[in-house]
Design a protein around this ligand. Structure first.
Ligand SMILES: CC(C)(COP(=O)(O)OP(=O)(O)OC[C@H]1O[C@@H](n2cnc3c(N)ncnc32)[C@H](O)[C@@H]1OP(=O)(O)O)[C@@H](O)C(=O)NCCC(=O)NCCS
Length: 190
């Protein structure tokens, strides 16, 4: 982990005040996403698959490796051997760092998290395409995603892609004091 991320995490330990919105794309809501888009993305389930496609070993690559080691699947968009967009997926729930809780979902549900586009590739529709690609791939399963209430770019894409708000979590922590309120239908555990 690099110094910037470590410092950020330490500061978040001291003080954190966040609102996180959870979205669901239910089975019946899935639209007929463009099948053609799937070919542009590479779906990776483990590190050996990543090694096979021979991508550039930069910071984004290392983040993807960390996620794969943690048991996530990833959807990647490559440009000349470089990962320029990725999304991570877990099945049946996962840890939500922003509120320091695990979200518990049905076994068949897919939880999409840690989506990222390299800065110089932003605004070209990669995130939206990745979400549509995942909707197509998992069109018979409930898809969950969450986003901080002030992440306007992410909120816009999530809502434009047809996800619907199902819950909101308000989280406050100051040193050892912690409070969490959840409005909506969501099971969270420590
Ligand atoms: C959020 C993120 C993944 C978006 O990636 P992207 O590939 O640029 O997304 P897209 O190009 O598909 O769409 C971006 C949309 O947000 C809009 N947008 C960008 N900045 C915005 C802002 N400050 N306010 C409102 N909308 C904004 C763009 O106009 C675009 O909408 P449009 O297609 O209708 O024009 C990228 O900004 C990122 O990696 N951010 C850091 C990590 C992060 O926040 N991840 C999301 C966690 S839930």
């Amino acid at each position: 982990m690099n110094i910037k991320r470590l410092t950020y995490r330490l500061l978040r330990r001291v003080f954190s005040n966040r609102r996180l919105i959870f979205f669901l794309m239910g089975r019946r809501q899935h639209n007929s996403a463009d099948q053609g888009e799937r070919t542009s993305f590479t779906y990776i389930e483990n590190i050996s698959d990543l090694t096979l496609i021979g991508v550039q070993h930069d910071e984004i690559y290392r983040t993807v490796v960390e996620e794969l080691k943690g048991g996530a699947h990833t959807l990647l968009f490559l440009d000349r051997g470089r990962i320029v967009n990725f999304s991570c997926l877990l099945f049946g729930g996962g840890y939500v760092g922003e509120i320091r809780r695990r979200i518990v979902l049905d076994k068949g549900s897919v939880y999409i998290y840690n989506c990222f586009t390299a800065e110089e590739y932003r605004g070209r529709g990669l995130y939206g395409s990745a979400l549509r690609c995942l909707q197509t791939r998992f069109n018979n399963r409930p898809l969950y995603i969450c986003c901080l209430n002030d992440n306007y770019a992410s909120l816009k894409v999530i809502e434009k892609s047809g996800f619907e708000r199902v819950a909101e979590a308000k989280y406050l922590s100051v040193l050892f004091f912690e409070s969490l309120t959840v409005d909506g239908d969501l099971e969270l555990i420590r």
